[in-house]
Design a protein around this ligand. Structure first.
Ligand code: SAM
Length: 405
């Protein structure tokens, strides 16, 4: 991956944004000092995104949508969420029960899914949202409390996964990519773990003490869990990775899928994210990994700037997700590109049903963005993990499970 936006063309933060970023930077600096001068990238990313009151998702910046830093498929078009609703409806018709959405962003997907299911007379008993960002949960409430009573009364926000077993559907769009990940590099003597240190000029005292705090990349021997994960990756690949090869591993995926799978009594866990099966993810040509930062609609690859003001994410290794699902006793029922999934769920008739003219032209444009390989159609994948569900899933009629496991 290469940066598409060099620093020089990133818009400068406002004075208030700079002050916010400085507070988070100081917090990271304190933790770095307490840890002896080196923090794992995973911990750095966790603080950057989720430090209480200061992290990107914990604090109040706009984040998603046209006025924010990046757009997700539900923000691009309600066609995406209507197709998701159709897949949910197919399952709910068999299982009954509820929908549980993880990380619901601005609430746009929940809104469109509920409306589509109402139109099809397939509303879930409840629509639960589990959101770690207090700021986004507030924005979800603002949007969703405007829905008609019959839909509104089904909504509930959860602090943690439900204690009672879930029947129905669990949804997570672009949540796995927001889980903090570790970074590694292939060195001359083996795997090195990448972490964060202070840039030399800002760690000294005296005149330099007034200079801004800057973080920089620093390598060390890998921690036990990263070392094991890298070994597993390397032996599963068809050939060695070149020296200097840098990439990401998200070891938090397995416990996350395990906890979701543990809750799902019967139904579907539907994940959507940008990612690849492992052997493509760790392709020798992807020498700089998959880490991306999004700031005011620009993508770049420097996580050490604009702390707390920009999103940081990494692609999802879907083989890791599938392995975790199998370990949790789930079935891996489907894996498809976003384009294949949306076509399977009938995105074309949804466009054609719109009145001819401006409305249909608008929807056709949005569908192109969701479907085209150079846009979101190919890089984004959907994965269906099920328990006790043997019905065909329309979204996965054109699936491609090759190389996944
Ligand atoms: C990239 S945003 C995607 C938002 C939304 N799903 C969409 O597609 O527009 C990531 C979302 O996941 C949430 N999140 C991150 N980790 C989470 C977790 N462990 N459980 C639930 N939500 C989480 C974030 O707060 C945020 O709402």
């Amino acid at each position: 991956m290469t940066a598409s936006a060099p620093h020089s063309i990133l818009p400068p933060p406002s004075t208030a944004e700079e002050a916010h970023s400085r507070r988070l930077t100081e917090l990271v600096q304190q933790e770095l000092a307490a840890a002896g001068g080196w923090l794992s990238f995973e911990r750095f990313m966790e603080l950057a995104l989720y430090a209480p009151g200061l992290g990107y998702y914990s604090a109040g910046s706009v984040k998603l949508g046209a006025g924010g830093d990046f757009v997700t498929a539900p923000e691009v078009s309600e066609l995406f969420s209507r197709c998701i609703a159709r897949q949910c409806g197919e399952v709910l018709a068999h299982t009954g029960g509820e929908i549980l959405e993880l990380g619901a962003g601005t609430g746009r997907m929940a809104e469109a899914v509920l409306k589509e299911l109402a139109a099809r007379n397939l509303l879930p008993e409840r629509y639960a949202i589990l959101e770690v960002s207090a700021d986004l949960a507030e924005r979800q409430r603002e949007r969703l409390m405007r829905l008609p009573e019959a839909l509104r009364e089904r909504l509930v926000w959860l602090e943690r996964l439900p204690q009672r077993p879930v029947h129905g559907v669990m949804l997570a769009n672009e949540v796995a990519d927001a889980l903090p990940c570790a970074r590694f590099r292939v060195g001359a003597a083996g795997i090195r773990e990448l972490g964060v240190a202070l840039e030399a000029c800002s760690s000294s005292s005296g005149a330099a003490a007034a200079s801004p705090i800057r973080f920089t990349e620093a390598e060390t021997a890998p921690g036990a869990s990263l070392g094991e994960a890298c070994e597993e990756i390397l032996i599963s690949l068809p050939g060695p990775l070149p020296g200097g090869y840098t990439s990401e591993v998200c070891t938090r995926v397995a416990p996350w899928i395990g906890s979701l799978g543990g809750c799902l009594a019967r139904g579907l866990l539907l994940l959507c994210d940008y990612g690849l099966p492992r052997r493509h993810y760790y392709h020798p040509q992807r020498i700089r990994g998959t880490l991306r930062c999004h700031y005011k609609q620009r993508a770049h690859d420097d996580p050490y700037i604009n702390l707390g003001l920009q999103d940081i994410s990494a692609w999802v290794d879907f083989t890791r997700v599938a392995e975790a699902a199998l370990a949790a006793g789930l079935e891996v029922r489907g894996f498809a590109t976003q384009a294949a999934f949306l076509l399977g769920c009938g995105i074309e008739p949804l466009v054609m049903q719109a009145a001819e003219g401006i409305e249909r032209t608008r929807l056709a444009g949005e569908a192109r963005r969701l479907l085209m390989p150079g846009e979101m159609g190919e890089a984004f994948k959907l994965m269906a993990l099920t328990r006790g569900l043997d019905i065909p899933l329309s979204g996965f009629a054109l699936q491609d499970l090759r190389d996944l496991l």
